[in-house]
Design a binder for this molecule. Sequence first.
Ligand code: PLP
Length: 393
Amino acid sequence: TTYLDNNATTPCFDQVISCVANSTRAFYANPSSMHKAGQRSRAELERCRSVMRNLVKASNYGIVFTSGATESNNLAIRSIITDYITASGKLNATVITTPMEHPSVYETLKSLPAVRVHMLSVSPIGLLDLDELNDALKDETVAMVCVTMANSEIGTIQDVASIAQACRAAYVHCHLDMTQVFGRYNVSLNQLRADTVTMSAHKFHGPKGVGALFYTLTRPPPTPCTTGGKQEQGLRGGTENVPGVAGMALALQLCADGLARDGAAERMTRLLQGIKVGIQGIVPDVVFRGGVPDVDGYHGLYQTVSVVLPARASQLAAELSNLNVFVGVGGCACSKGQHSMTLEAIGASQEEMWRTMRISLGFMNTDRDVGRFLKCMRVAMARIEHVETHRLE
Ligand code: PLP
């Protein structure tokens, strides 16, 4: 098979699979138990916390282990809004965000009656405007800013350092969803200085159902938004997923090693370029959104490209799937490919959304995948054209 849908999720590294299995066996005891077995599980959990803190240079941050990015975004948003309402005595809170967010951000905001959403506009490549953000921050009812650093559909990377700085200057909480960034870039949270940051292991070849919320130690910790035990510094009740956390820490380590030693980013960049050039040879009038190379100072995820085709993307993806080649379509996995707020925000019509296919690479992709993809793409396009011709006859 050729798997090119790594922004939806990534396959687990083999070493991570073994690590999760071994950890399940070795650290079966509850980390809250007082006996020696429990203390071993506790020590393993804390070892992983420290590995992760070092890897993303987050000595100034606390870490809450969660079930993934959806929960981390929920925890950050719900707790910051609760704290703001309690502390300010106001009835409403404004949240500044963008149309480039994952549903776990905008559906959470929509579900909170006290929240008024200030939606920033974005440029045709999905970048928010810092002047517009600074203007919006003048509103006295702003409780927080929620921005996704790297968009999963077209790969746009926001200038998060400037966004975090603008928030600090306005004394407003800055929440960044960096789900599509960890593992693919070297990150220093200490340098970035956002207040809360979201991570999910399955986007960097770790296990599914485990993630983290980083929170700055320079502010009071977030208020828990679920009730239960006192695990995770009292911020998230429930017996900790020690094997999942161990797998996440190892996956992050392996990605860092891959970036530092094996030139993984350069390799994926080159593979993506090969795919783009190859597609142009098959589909003459194709339009690409996102991906390298840099145009007008824009930079996006080096392993993501969104392609507008002269055919229905779901039909093409189905043909490719029959050939065991897996890609994303339209708004991709989370919206089941139906509608995309991101594509709409950058000016795509509904028809263009239907014609949009996403290719996203991972650490495991090779030249062979590029070759197979292009071969199958040629076959799939020919089949679609054949069906279309018969339909018209
Ligand atoms: N945030 C972003 C930017 C994502 O791309 C995703 C997954 O697609 C999520 C959040 C949700 O992640 P999870 O499946 O870990 O809840």
